[in-house]
Design a binder for this molecule. Structure first.
Ligand SMILES: [Fe+2]
Length: 386
C-alpha cells in the first residue's frame, strides 16, 4: 500500500519560535499577510506583537480579529471582506483551532469564491487557495498541521468537515510560550482533543506506519504531561511537551483520520455549543468501550503507550485498562456529562436522531474499527448523557 502524506513545508517548533514568524513569511516570498485571530488575542496585545514581528521583517500585514469560537459561515463574511480590502497574498491563522480554521476557509474562499457548503467532505479540496501560515496558541486542535477545517453552516447548525491539501498550512510556527496563559479548562479540553486525535489516528482504518509512530509518541507524551499542565499552567516542561504532542497528533490524524469520537462530537458542538475538546471528552470513554472489541491489539498499543498497561497484559485486558484510564482521566480533568453540563434531556433525546445522521454523514464513523449503525450511535448518545 502506498501512503499519501502531506505535511507543512516549514515547521518551526520550540520556545520562542514566534519571533521567527516574520522571517518564515518573508522567506516564502509573501508580503501582505492577513493576520486572522480573535478579539481575546487582540485584546491581550499578542496580535499586535505578531504584527510588529511581521513589520520588522519588512512585511505589510493587516489584522482581522473577528473570528468566533466554532467558526460559522456567517463569521467568514467580514473576514473575506478584510482579505479583499487588504489585497492579502497570504493568511496567518493565530489562535486556537477556531482562528486557524477560519484562516484556512478564508484562504480558499478568497481565491475560489462560493460558500463553504460547496467544499465540505467528501469533496477533496485541492486548491487553489492562498498560502496559510498557522500559529497555534493552544496545544490541541493540531490544525497547524492538518488539511482539515471545520466550519458550521449558519443556516443548519451543521459542523461541516472540509478537507484537502488546500487547507494544509504551508508553514506552522509552534511556540509553547503562547500556551502558557491558557486557563485550566481550555488546557484540559484541548489536551483531550489532542489525545483523541492520536488514539483515533492509530485505531483508524486509514492508519499506517508513518502515522502510527507519531500517534503513539503523542499518546505517551500526553499521558505524562496533560495532568501536569492542567494542574499548573506555568509548568513550562509540561506545556512544551503538550504543544509538541498536539502537533504530532495533528500530523497523524491529518494523514490517517479521526473516527467515531469526532464523528459524534461535532453534532454535540454544533447543536449545544459545547467546546470541541469537551464534547470529545464526554464521548471518549464510552465510544472507546464500544470500539475496542473490533481492534483489541490496536487499543492495547494505545494503553501501553499511555502507560496504563504493559506487554504482560493480553490485548483484551490492556484495551479494557485503556477504557478505565480514559474514565479516570476525564474524572481528573473535571469533564462533565452532558447532563451535568446543563444540557436539557428532552432537547438531547429530541436531537439524537439528527445528530446520529450527521455523525454518519461526516464519514468519520466509517473509519472506526467498529463501524456503528445509526441505532448504535443513538444508543451511545443516550449512554453518555448520564
Ligand atoms: Fe479534534
Amino acid at each position: 500500500m502506498v501512503a499519501s502524506l502531506s505535511l507543512p513545508r516549514i515547521l518551526r517548533i520550540g520556545r520562542g519560535a514566534a519571533e521567527e514568524l516574520g522571517a518564515v513569511v518573508a522567506g516564502l516570498g509573501l508580503r501582505r499577510p492577513l493576520l486572522v485571530t480573535d478579539a481575546f488575542l487582540a485584546g491581550t496585545g499578542a496580535a499586535e506583537r505578531l504584527l510588529g514581528i511581521l513589520r520588522g521583517a519588512g512585511l505589510h500585514p493587516a489584522l482581522f480579529d473577528g473570528t468566533v469560537p466554532d467558526p460559522t459561515t456567517d463569521s467568514l463574511v467580514p473576514g473575506l471582506a478584510a482579505l479583499r480590502e487588504h489585497g492579502a497574498d497570504s493568511v496567518i491563522g493565530f489562535g486556537g483551532g477556531s482562528p486557524m480554521d477560519t484562516a484556512k476557509a478564508l484562504a480558499l474562499l478568497g481565491v475560489q469564491g462560493g460558500g463553504m457548503r460547496d467544499y465540505k467532505a467528501p469533496h477533496v479540496n485541492l486548491g487553489p487557495a492562498l498560502p496559510v501560515i498557522a500559529v497555534p496558541t493552544t496545544a490541541g486542535s493540531g490544525s497547524e498541521a492538518t488539511q482539515v477545517t471545520v466550519i458550521t453552516d449558519s443556516a443548519t447548525d451543521e459542523k461541516m468537515m472540509c478537507l484537502g491539501p488546500a487547507f494544509l498550512p504551508i508553514a506552522a510556527v509552534v511556540d509553547m510560550e503562547l500556551t502558557l496563559s491558557m486557563p485550566p479548562r481550555l488546557t484540559a479540553d484541548t489536551g483531550v482533543d489532542a489525545l483523541t486525535h492520536a488514539v483515533e489516528a492509530y485505531v483508524s482504518r486509514k492508519s499506517g506506519p508513518f502515522t502510527d509512530g507519531l500517534a503513539l509518541t503523542a499518546i505517551a507524551t500526553i499521558g505524562r504531561h496533560l495532568r501536569r499542565a492542567y494542574a499548573d499552567g506555568s509548568d513550562a516542561e509540561a506545556r512544551e511537551a503538550m504543544m509538541l504532542a498536539a502537533t504530532q497528533a495533528g500530523i497523524a490524524f491529518s494523514n490517517s483520520s479521526v473516527a467515531l469520537v469526532h464523528g459524534m462530537s461535532r453534532p454535540i458542538g454544533a447543536h449545544f455549543h459545547v467546546a470541541h475538546g469537551l464534547s470529545n471528552a464526554m464521548l471518549f470513554p464510552a465510544v472507546t468501550a464500544f470500539s475496542v472489541h473490533a481492534a483489541p491489539e490496536r487499543y492495547a498499543d494505545c494503553a501501553r503507550a499511555l502507560g496504563v498497561a504493559t506487554t504482560a497484559d493480553p490485548a483484551a485486558a490492556a484495551s479494557a485498562k485503556l477504557v478505565d484510564a480514559l474514565h479516570t482521566l476525564c474524572h481528573d480533568l473535571d469533564v462533565p456529562t452532558p447532563r451535568s453540563y446543563g444540557i436539557d434531556h428532552s432537547a438531547w433525546t429530541g436531537l439524537t436522531p439528527l445528530m446520529a445522521e450527521q455523525a454518519l454523514a461526516s464519514g468519520s464513523p466509517a473509519n472506526n474499527p467498529a463501524v456503528p449503525t445509526a441505532t448504535q450511535i443513538e444508543e451511545l448518545y443516550a449512554r453518555v448523557y448520564a
